[in-house]
Ligand binder design. Structure first.
Ligand SMILES: NC(=O)c1ccc[n+]([C@@H]2O[C@H](COP(=O)([O-])OP(=O)(O)OC[C@H]3O[C@@H](n4cnc5c(N)ncnc54)[C@H](O)[C@@H]3O)[C@@H](O)[C@H]2O)c1
Length: 396
């Protein structure tokens, strides 16, 4: 059956949830109608009421789901709550688009995937950077085999700069108890997802996560991950919210050339022969036979994911970011935390129950005083604060 329009409930209308709700209300997503909003913070719901005049409001996900007003929900609460809210929605037969990360632990996200499967409803995740032209082109080049066998991937993504006021802006932020981690669980999921989307999953993960290196927080704001792959490829991933100005440079080298994405441009260099051939046979190294460039274009990844999710449900379009794929990047970040905590390399598949226990131990040991939300001061300036510093667009 083809419905013509989805009745969408946005659960968690904070920074990003309010951006999604406003986009839908403003008619920017054909096929989506804003049917309800929900936030557990009553004062906040009242504060934004005028913006969503006439749209039913709820204080809990349960109430919104039980209202029967929605056939689809967007879950944009803090991460820990994504799997449990998704489970409720799937049980009620609703489609779910969750914000990233899909959850904090692989175990919780596996349950979420099982719930989605049982329901047969659509399951998507807001990996908006998958719609970026340069990353799509990188995936196309690697998947086509044009780089030969992959050798090395290095991603320096240190332009996730955040000031202390960002960490202080929400009571859930930057604690094991409220958020379940720092830069690896909040900002880097986009890049870890792209890395595994383009290059595949590693077999081993080793990491060093530095807690509160730059900020007064109890979770990491700086991390370096070393990954090994079955074919001998290695990947190095460096991220931070404390370096300014930061860098965003992705380099992938294979036996037939390499590609580099930096400053809004992808450069693809191709060699005439596979390195494995000319290593022993040619008299001199082969000059590149071609160098091609692709430049970035302005895009709004959030809108593109909302539109694709709609078309996926209504017309069967292939999903750009299936929720079932969200487990990939989370596996890498869970393994990175575990590696850093235990001081050793983690082989995948990892012991997910051990990660759960170690995280829980840290959350329970957290004796820091409850923070209060100061978010009213920074509300509705989403774009400016979440800018990733790409030269040509502001999308994160
Ligand atoms: N895709 C992206 O580019 C992007 C950008 C920003 C945030 N996010 C993700 O979106 C989520 C929210 O981030 P944010 O910055 O908007 O946070 P936020 O604190 O600004 O907003 C979260 C909102 O959820 C509400 N809430 C909390 N628990 C709830 C519950 N159980 N039921 C209903 N409402 C609840 C809070 O009151 C708050 O208004 C996070 O998972 C974050 O990683 C994604």
């Amino acid at each position: 059956m083809e419905a013509e329009r989805l009745n969408v409930g946005v659960i968690g209308v904070g920074n990003i949830g309010s951006a999604h709700a406003s986009a839908i209300l403003g008619g920017k997503v054909e096929g989506m109608r804003l049917a309800a909003i929900c936030d557990k913070d009553e004062a906040h719901l009242l504060r934004i009421a005028a913006r969503y005049e006439g749209v039913p409001r709820f204080l809990s996900a349960q109430e919104l789901i039980a209202s029967g007003l929605c056939d689809t929900v967007i879950v944009s609460t803090p991460h820990y709550a994504h799997p449990e809210i998704a489970a409720l929605a799937f049980r009620a037969g609703l489609n779910v688009l969750t914000e990233k990360p899909a959850g904090v632990t692989c175990l919780a996200v596996r349950e979420m995937m099982a719930g989605a499967k049982r329901s047969g409803k659509a399951f998507g995740v807001m990996f908006n950077q998958r719609t970026n032209r340069l990353f799509r082109e990188a995936k196309r080049i690697v998947s086509s085999g044009a780089l030969g066998e992959l050798r090395r991937c290095v991603w320096i993504i240190t332009n996730w700069y955040r000031k202390q006021c960002y960490y202080d802006s929400g009571s859930w932020r930057a604690s094991w108890r409220g958020e379940g981690g720092g830069v690896l669980i909040n900002q880097a999921p986009h890049n870890l997802d792209l890395l595994q989307w383009i290059c595949g999953m590693p077999s081993h993960v080793y990491a060093q996560c530095e807690v509160g290196k730059y900020h007064a927080i109890e979770v990491e704001d700086d991390a370096t991950i070393l990954m090994r792959y079955d074919n001998g490829m290695t990947a190095t991933f460096i991220t931070s919210t404390g370096e300014y100005p930061g860098t965003n440079r992705l380099e992938i080298t294979g036996t037939r050339g390499k590609l580099v994405i930096e400053n809004g441009k992808l450069t693809h260099t191709v060699t005439e022969m596979d390195e494995r051939e000319f290593r022993y046979t040619a008299e001199s190294v082969q000059n590149p036979i071609s160098v091609s460039e692709t430049v970035d274009e302005a895009y709004n990844g959030h809108l593109e994911i909302l539109r694709n999710f709609t078309r996926h449900i209504l017309y069967g379009d292939a999903p750009v970011a299936s929720g079932y794929e969200a487990i990939g990047e989370l596996t890498i970040s869970n393994a990175a935390y575990l590696s850093s905590w235990l001081g050793r390399e983690i082989a995948l598949p990892m012991d997910e129950a051990l990660f759960d226990a170690e995280l829980r131990r840290r959350a329970e040991a957290d004796t820091s005083p409850e923070k209060t939300d100061t978010r009213a001061d920074v509300r509705f300036s989403y774009k400016k604060r979440w800018n990733t510093n790409w030269e040509k667009n502001e999308n994160s």
